[in-house]
Design a protein around this ligand. Structure first.
Ligand code: MG
Length: 161
């Protein structure tokens, strides 16, 4: 039943505010703005979790870790990834590849892109050459283009362990 590859998609948007810590794909950025969220607001990891969970046919991140639960306040999103991967493995699956797009005006991702890929690879136990991540700006369009929010989109491919 698990012998065919499975694809999953995750999308996450967070508001950006001045003076917030900024952590994306588990990598800390020195940035004047950061994502607002109940947890650490790491939209890339949230989208990656949803992509992986979705491919495995499992409940989404918001269902597993409610933003109304005080235990999840300020929580390191790496813990969500660990739990998502545990559930995926429990189903006899592993992550074969990840591809991410991060749309934001700030911070500039290029200087930390390699670190972000490496962190995603480590968190989901995928070889680094099977993880990709692209940064894009919002081209002055909508809330992302005005620098009010950022959006992460991740596609995950899963296969049998
Ligand atoms: Mg989120």
């Amino acid at each position: 039943m698990n012998d065919l590859p499975r694809i999953g998609l995750g999308i996450d948007v967070h508001r950006l505010e001045a003076g917030r810590p900024c952590r994306l794909a588990g990598v800390a950025f020195d940035s004047p703005v950061g994502p607002v969220g109940h947890s650490d607001g790491d939209a890339v990891l949230h989208a990656a979790c949803d992509a992986v969970l979705g491919a495995a046919g499992l409940d989404d991140l918001g269902t597993l870790f409610s933003d109304r639960d005080p235990a999840n306040r300020g929580r390191d999103s790496a813990e969500f990834c660990t739990e998502a991967l545990r559930r995926v493995r429990e189903r006899g699956l592993r992550v074969l590849s990840l591809d991410a797009v991060v749309e934001t005006e700030a911070p500039k991702l290029a200087p930390r892109r390699a670190a972000m890929r490496a962190r995603l690879a480590a968190l989901f136990d995928v070889p680094e050459d099977r993880v990709n991540l692209k940064g894009k700006t919002g081209e002055k369009v909508d809330a992302i283009g005005r620098g009010e929010a950022l959006r992460a989109t991740v596609v995950a491919l899963l296969g049998p362990r």
